[in-house]
Write a protein that binds this ligand. Sequence first.
Ligand code: ADP
Ligand code: ZN
Length: 720
Amino acid sequence: MICEVIVDIAHSDVDKIFDYACDLPVEAGTRVVVPFGRSTATGFVMRVKETSDLPAAKLKKIYRAEEDLPALNAECLALAWRLAARYHVPMALVLRLFLPAEMRTGKVRETYRTYARFFKEVPIKNAPQQAACLAFLEENGEADAAALRKRYGAALNALVKKGAIVLEKRRVLRDPYRGVEGEHTARVLTPAQQAAVERIQATQKTVALLHGVTGSGKTEIYLTLIAAALARGQSAIFLVPEISLTPQMLSQLRARFGKAAAIMHSGLSAGERFDEWQRLREGTAKIAIGARSAVFAPVENVGIIVIDEEHDGSYLSESSPRYDTFDVALERARYNGCKLVLGSATPSVETYRRAQAGEFELIALPDRINARPLPDVKIVDMRREVRRGNPSPFSTLLRERLSDCLKEGQQAILFLNRRGYAQTVMCRDCGYIAKCSQCDVALTYHSEENCLKCHYCGARYKMLTACPECGGTHVYYTGTGTQRVVGELKRLYPAARILRMDNDTTSGKEGHYRILKQFAAREADILVGTQMVAKGHDFPLVTLVGILDADMSLHFPDYRSNERTFQLVTQVAGRSGRGKEKGDVVLQTYDPENAILRFAAAYDYEGFYRHEIALRAAAMFPPFSKIVRVMVTAEEDAAALEALRGVYGRLQKVYDEARGEFLFFQRMHAPIKRIQGRYRYQVLMRLTSDRLLERIYDEACAVFYKNALVYVEEDPSNLS
Ligand code: ADP
Ligand code: ZN
């Protein structure tokens, strides 16, 4: 038998099939150890065949298989081929997506435990320990051998020798949910939920978009669909942004599905992650739940795939291969002939456009469960606060509302847009934002050169000393930090208990879980945080949400900044008034007339969408064009430049052949010239369609540079 093997070395030189002879019973998808060059390597069997084109004498032999059950099933193998072709990356890199990292490094293994089992009665004389041990086992059937040894010492081995008991080594799975308990409140679906479930099950379309306002009960719909798949004997994949895998969510899933659910999240240890993966691969667990990477779960016969909060930026991978989770999920849905459900209160513009065009089944849930009202959003003009001499990050209205909220024993969330800080330059007197005259995208301040830059065309502008609109001199390029907000709060409300949640406070294994748990347990009155507080948390006691600087993300140097702002405001506002009491939202801005904020305050997604899609069409930004960036990075500036020259030269051929399809084509320094010691250059392109995408990948990746890294990004969410 001959095996076609891809070695697990991510290098384009060895990115090809090698034939090996094999006399072991291995199947495609198995990891094997093979002789490679002068040493050994791990590889993946891609195909098993009868004959090779190589003479038998030249064929080397596979040493051994790493596991009995192939790591990749047939579907995953087929998917890997398509992904390698789609993203032009070495197959080894793609294959790695399908297994837990710990498995490759060999650092985790299955854990085994030895059990002692009662076998038969034997006569025991003058050995009280042996007698006691045997009596214990006779009563209990079996017990952990190590524990018995501790209690009865040498008696255990003596009993084994006498044939009274037998030892048995068995595999044990680490249980990552110790301490996670939840009760299963069986819910009757509302008529709207029931109708949504039925439409998703009945539609001929593969993809359904569930557009439901925050608190409309989308989760219950997903869980019903998953339970239905399980009842048909199928499995399921449930994807959520990492940040939404909150303790509440985990216990809800655990209560509902018990051990049928395998939950992968960053809080797990390497061993736990490995075991959860194993349970899915063996089929003892049927539901793969996790962030982006769970889309590669080793489940078979998939009956439903759900992507919750489909608009979330975390579904785009930022390391090679730079895949879009939706694309992978769609491939899997097609392979399995199952439905792919996307859910969001604020679908991405791209997704909504496809749904409206009839490509996806569009299902709207316009009301909250039990007709609970959506919170009132009050827009506060912060320019007036500045003019009135209020320099604090809190408006008068927000302060009043906070006092009331605390007095009534309710909880509040204050949201700050850290992402928006990206050194955008704003006039605090009139709200003016410095923008690129060519791209209508906010400029970014670069301190090392003391200038403003456009990340879309590379144009440079002088730093402003006064506002060109009103002449004011309160021109700032930083916002308020969470730390400062907490400091102010402590001064204003000395009795209030305050929690802070941002990148600085959520590191470590427990990370944001700990903070969310504390807040849910009412151990704090106010939660101050960045984007992380915006995601799908359900805290029934929160009746006030304050958005401190709504504009910040509006002017992030990104064509998606309107969309992101609308999503953020809607999501944060949605945290308020989820319990019995009605909720309030105070939205502070320097730009109170801004259309996007107005749409968000009115919960008018349709209005927002029409406004935004018209802007995108006029400016020819995605989805009306495709932005492609080819990045070249290297530790040596010269090496980066040399690679850039080569890449640019080859891309220029494409450009020259099809100029009409390029809206923009230029090579330049990346906006941030050096990151982690690597010099960065880019060829930035805007194309009228993705027709040339394949060619661009081909040319960009045609040559391998020893000292430089070249990669392609499509519609990147970060152009720094
Ligand atoms: P979404 O995901 O759309 O924001 P959730 O799924 O969090 O909404 O549901 C909002 C609230 O309504 C939650 O507290 C949930 O427990 C509750 N809920 C959902 N479905 C039902 C139902 N059929 N009956 C009663 N309560 C429900
Ligand atoms: Zn520009």
